[in-house]
Design a protein around this ligand. Structure first.
Ligand code: FES
Length: 126
């Protein structure tokens, strides 16, 4: 059977990076897709305005899992300003593309990360 996914998507789906819950995160972001019902949590640790660790839990499809895994690789080490600018297209490109019908799934990871960054700022920058 030929999968509709790129080799990189399948690799990240089978062996996701940075998956799991984080103890004592500095902030937790959440995003959901009301159409399919999938939900994602992103936990971040921040030092000197930089994401030094990120973990995630995704109750979602293969594309949602692979995009969160890739987003974690891309976001760790970035400043909050850089990380909040990551787009679903950058994540999908890093995965060598997603089937068009699955592009909406890549919104979740970027949205959950932005939510985590927003909550971190609300807590720490006032
Ligand atoms: S089908 Fe729900 S995120 Fe992919």
């Amino acid at each position: 059977m030929k999968y509709p996914y790129s080799k990189r998507v399948i690799e990240h789906f089978r062996h996701p990076h940075h998956m799991g819950r984080m103890k004592n995160p500095d902030a937790v972001g959440v995003a959901g897709n009301p159409v399919c019902g999938d939900v994602m949590y992103i936990y971040i640790k921040v030092k000197d305005n930089r994401i030094i660790d990120l973990k995630w839990e995704t109750m979602g499809c293969a594309a949602a899992i692979a995009t969160t895994s890739m987003l974690a690789d891309l976001a760790i080490g970035k400043t909050l300003d850089e990380a909040e600018k990551l787009t679903k297209k950058e994540v999908a490109d890093a995965l060598e593309g997603l089937p068009p019908i699955k592009m909406h799934c890549s919104n979740l990871a970027a949205d959950a990360l932005r939510d985590a960054i927003k909550k971190y700022r609300e807590k720490h920058e006032n």
